[in-house]
Design a protein around this ligand. Structure first.
Ligand SMILES: Cc1cc2nc3c(=O)[nH]c(=O)nc-3n(C[C@H](O)[C@H](O)[C@H](O)COP(=O)(O)OP(=O)(O)OC[C@H]3O[C@@H](n4cnc5c(N)ncnc54)[C@H](O)[C@@H]3O)c2cc1C
Length: 421
């Protein structure tokens, strides 16, 4: 099979790169072995929340400019501050055009509210989710926190405790319906995705709206876990109209409805642009000649190679098995590409869970144009994007989605420009 570009990994990075290339008319394939980190998404996309020394970032574009000096190996610093700001705006547009309605600016972080009620800085949030311009102030003085009876992946008490610290009075309510009784018979079925399917039905939305109206009387707003609209994109708007009070969603523990929907929307957009998405297939190996990848081979396609002019590795980090930790090395399993890590394993992590651990910044080594290296030589047509890149701490710096989106668009441009020259 012949393509212009083959992308290994269909998470946020791989799909965004594929969409950009397909928009430009390139024949593009994505091979992806399974679920990606976006399935676990909070509904917000982080750009930069903290500098490596812990300094909070209000203006991510300014923070990225500071990284050029204090963290020159950071993917943002490699791409350059001005280009990052340009790609950030292009990424927002790409998400919206794919049907993921997000709001936010690379010039000012807003705050999303976590499943435990804490405020975290972020860049883009999907419409409908509770956000606030300042971590100290919520957009209401009284709120009704509604949960589904028996749903254990959402914690109204924790949320209320955090909200009360900001002077918000909280009331609780729970909802039930005969259709929920069916899934409640097996406690392991009481997950957000199954509950959301129940509320795709009009009569259950009606029942939910009636219960909210009754419970939230005299409250300024209503909080609901993200259990609305898995197969029906208008469900939240319909519910809002029926409730007639400001209604906000909060993320739940996984599975994440906003994440599942975002993944589906990106896949749909890529396919609609003519891209070929091979889900459930794994790339096993590559044929390389004189620092150029000729083809890759996958589990499902056996002897049939995928040939292309350019290849993009978007296989993620340890979470997605894009990187493997052996007792003494960090391995990139498909190409055997060079990786950045500290050799002494005792320095990989500390005993404190919330520390800035060295292993988080381990990843594939690239040059300034994000081409991979193998045994010290640059691979001419193989690029790396997303969570598998080295040089950044997605959790501590709050930059996971931003690195995936921006590196994806940067590499797409490099590939398109290389074709022009
Ligand atoms: C649980 C979790 C939750 C997160 N939540 C957020 C959040 O809410 N906001 C935020 O800003 N950031 C979040 N992040 C950070 C996250 O890393 C990025 O947001 C981003 O989604 C990563 O996308 P990616 O495409 O680079 O990698 P991934 O999402 O890891 O995708 C890699 C893909 O490659 C596939 N793959 C791997 N190896 C192969 C192979 N050999 N052949 C074929 N396919 C392969 C995998 O199956 C996977 O689908 C989260 C991270 C995790 C782990």
């Amino acid at each position: 099979m012949k393509f212009d570009t083959v992308i290994i990994g269909g998470g946020l990075a791989g799909l965004s790169c594929g969409i950009r290339l397909a928009e430009a008319g390139r024949r593009c394939a994505i091979v992806s072995q399974g679920q990606s980190a976006i399935h676990f998404s909070s509904g917000s996309f982080d750009l930069l929340g903290q500098l490596p020394d812990g300094t909070p970032v209000e203006d991510p574009a300014e923070g990225i400019a500071a990284l050029e000096k204090c963290a020159p190996e950071h993917p943002y610093a490699r791409i350059g501050a001005q280009a990052c700001e340009r790609y950030a705006e292009a990424a927002r547009k790409l998400l919206c055009e794919a049907g993921i309605p997000v709001s936010g600016s690379p010039r000012r972080n807003h705050y999303r509210i976590t499943p435990l009620g804490m405020a975290k800085p972020t860049w883009l949030t999907i419409d409908g989710y509770l956000t606030t311009p300042s971590p100290e102030v919520l957009p209401f003085r009284s709120v009704c926190i509604v949960n589904v009876e028996g749903f254990l992946d959402f914690y109204p008490e924790f949320i209320a405790e955090a909200f009360r610290r900001h002077g918000v009075s909280c009331r609780f309510a729970s909802v039930n319906s005969p259709d929920l009784e069916n899934i409640r018979r097996n406690p392991s079925e009481m997950r957000s995705a199954n509950i959301a399917r129940v509320f795709d039905h009009e009569q259950n939305l009606d029942r939910l709206a009636a219960r909210i109206r009754e419970a939230a009387r005299e409250c300024e707003a209503v909080i609901l876990p993200a259990i609305i609209g898995i197969n029906r994109s208008d469900a939240f708007e319909v519910l809002k109209a029926k409730v007639d009070l400001p209604l906000y969603l909060l993320p739940t523990l996984p599975p994440s409805i906003p994440g599942i929907k975002a993944q589906q929307a990106l896949q749909h957009r890529f396919r609609a642009l003519g891209g070929e998405y091979f889900l459930g297939d794994s790339v096993l190996s590559a044929e390389v000649e004189k620092n150029r990848v000729k083809s890759i081979r996958t589990v499902n396609h056996g002897d049939i190679p995928f040939e292309a002019e350019a290849f993009v590795l978007a296989s993620g980090s340890f979470f997605s098995r894009g990187l493997i930790a052996t007792p003494d090395r960090i391995v990139e399993p498909v190409f055997g590409a060079d990786t950045d890590f500290v050799p002494n394993r005792t320095e990989w992590y500390t005993e404190h869970f919330f520390d800035r651990h060295n292993y988080e910044a381990f990843g594939i080594r690239t040059d300034r144009s994000l081409k991979l290296l193998k045994e010290g030589s640059v691979m001419e047509n193989l690029y790396g994007i997303g969570a598998g890149l080295s040089g950044f701490h997605p959790v501590q710096e709050g930059c996971g989605a931003g690195v995936s989106l921006i590196s994806a668009l940067f590499v797409a441009d490099r590939i398109l420009n290389s074709l022009k020259s």
